[in-house]
Design a protein around this ligand. Structure first.
Ligand SMILES: [Zn+2]
Length: 151
């Protein structure tokens, strides 16, 4: 049975949101990872593009202040970046090309963040990268620059 939900972090983040704790408990019990390709499909994620080994999807819970919040996920159920093969890493230029073709304003700047495992603060173990573009103001600058909080 693959590790799917990090209940330790779910309980920490969603102390005040019992419905989200319950949702994550159901995910864990189902044994089906929402970030594996079949899960992304059944959860209704909008797929922006894909490479041989990665899927680029729109986040269902975009960060506040973001204009675009993409998730970049290996198609394999990988938990740590050390489990990625060189071949998977080598597809990042293609991933960024797909993302900037779909969202040309990405070329004005974006933030890229990845967490992994319990201390990285994940709620779902399936390795994923967040590609974030902040909302632009009238002058074309960011209303709030991308800022990945640690805590
Ligand atoms: Zn998975």
């Amino acid at each position: 049975m693959p590790q799917i939900v990090c209940m330790k972090n779910v309980l920490r983040y969603y102390r005040e949101r019992p419905e989200l704790v319950e949702k994550n408990r159901r995910i864990e019990e189902s044994g089906r990872c929402p970030f594996c390709p079949e899960g992304l499909k059944s959860e209704g994620f909008q797929i922006v593009g894909e490479t041989t080994s990665w899927t680029i999807a729109s986040s269902q819970f975009p960060y506040r202040g973001s204009d675009v919040h993409l998730l970049v996920l290996p198609k394999r159920h990988v938990i740590t970046s050390l489990d990625l093969t060189s071949w998977e890493w080598e597809q990042w230029p293609e991933i960024l090309r797909i993302a900037t073709t779909e969202f040309p304003f990405l070329t004005t700047g974006f933030g890229l963040a990845m967490r992994e495992n319990v201390l990285g603060g994940v709620t779902l173990y399936h390795l994923h990268f967040h590609l974030i573009v902040p909302k632009a103001n009238a002058e074309g600058g960011a209303e709030v620059p991308v800022n990945f909080a640690i805590g």
